[in-house]
Design a protein around this ligand. Structure first.
Ligand code: GDP
Length: 228
């Protein structure tokens, strides 16, 4: 389960605009700053497949014409970066499945209408994208559970959207200011808090984009889900 080839295919603002070739796909979603871009880059071993940045900049529609890059397996290939993603970005892996980058939620500085829009279109995608195999919900394990993450997990559970929990930043050590808990403790707390939302507890994986912990496990899990 290795990534030999990763190719940016398209940015879509609506579910109907997503690729229609029927390949299976996995969507990465999480709160802004959870480490989604870092994880995506670590999965495909690129420094900049997705841009790591602090603020949602442009709407993808304005940068689509710029995004024509095809990446080869070696890191020297030129890579076209995406603006902080406000749309559904499809990356085709090994010509056989997609990694899908969804906009981060809970970006505090975003205007309310914009937040509602994100919500509407990601939820529409979850409910209607028939080739979606599983949503990978990213949760920052270096801090205590956030209400917005619990809300998101609850929504996915209630709507029976297949989900895998990906705990990020597991390399971080505990700090006094985050309640003094270790990532392992935070992730246990999170799982307890969401128990009621699911008939069976979702699979979960500990990751770090710093140490690459969990990278192979995620790819293997995706391979297993594809063959299921
Ligand atoms: P995104 O907004 O979800 O795409 O998050 P980014 O990938 O841009 O990461 C947000 C911040 O968290 C950056 O400062 C990253 O360097 C940091 N970060 C991301 N992943 C990790 C990780 O696994 N471990 C640590 N220690 N920091 C991380």
């Amino acid at each position: 389960a290795q990534v030999a080839q990763a190719e940016f295919v398209k940015s879509s603002v609506r579910t109907e605009d997503c690729p229609s070739d029927g390949l299976p796909e996995f969507a990465l979603v999480g709160r802004s700053n959870v480490g989604k871009s870092s994880l995506l880059n670590s999965l495909v071993r690129r420094k900049k497949l997705a841009l790591t940045s602090k603020t949602p900049a442009d709407f993808c529609v304005s940068i689509i014409p710029l995004m024509t890059a095809i990446f080869e397996a070696d890191d020297s290939a030129s890579i076209c970066v995406l603006g902080k993603t406000q749309c559904i970005n499809h990356f085709r892996i090994n010509d056989s499945w997609y990694l899908v980058d969804l906009p981060g939620y809970g970006y505090a500085a975003a205007p309310r209408e914009l937040r509602t829009d994100w919500d509407k279109f990601t939820k529409d995608y979850f409910l209607n994208r028939s080739t979606l195999v599983s949503v990978f919900l990213l949760i920052d394990a270096s801090i205590p559970a956030k209400p917005i993450d619990l809300e998101y997990a609850s929504w996915l559970g209630q709507n029976q959207i297949p989900m895998t929990l990906v705990f990020t930043k597991c390399d971080k050590r505990k700090k006094k200011k985050n309640g003094g808990k270790r990532p392992e403790e935070n992730l246990n707390d999170f799982q307890e808090l969401i128990q009621g939302f699911f008939q069976t507890a979702p699979p979960w994986i500990m990751t770090s984009s710093v140490t690459n912990q969990g990278r192979d496990e995620i790819l293997l899990h995706m391979a297993q889900l594809r063959n299921y």
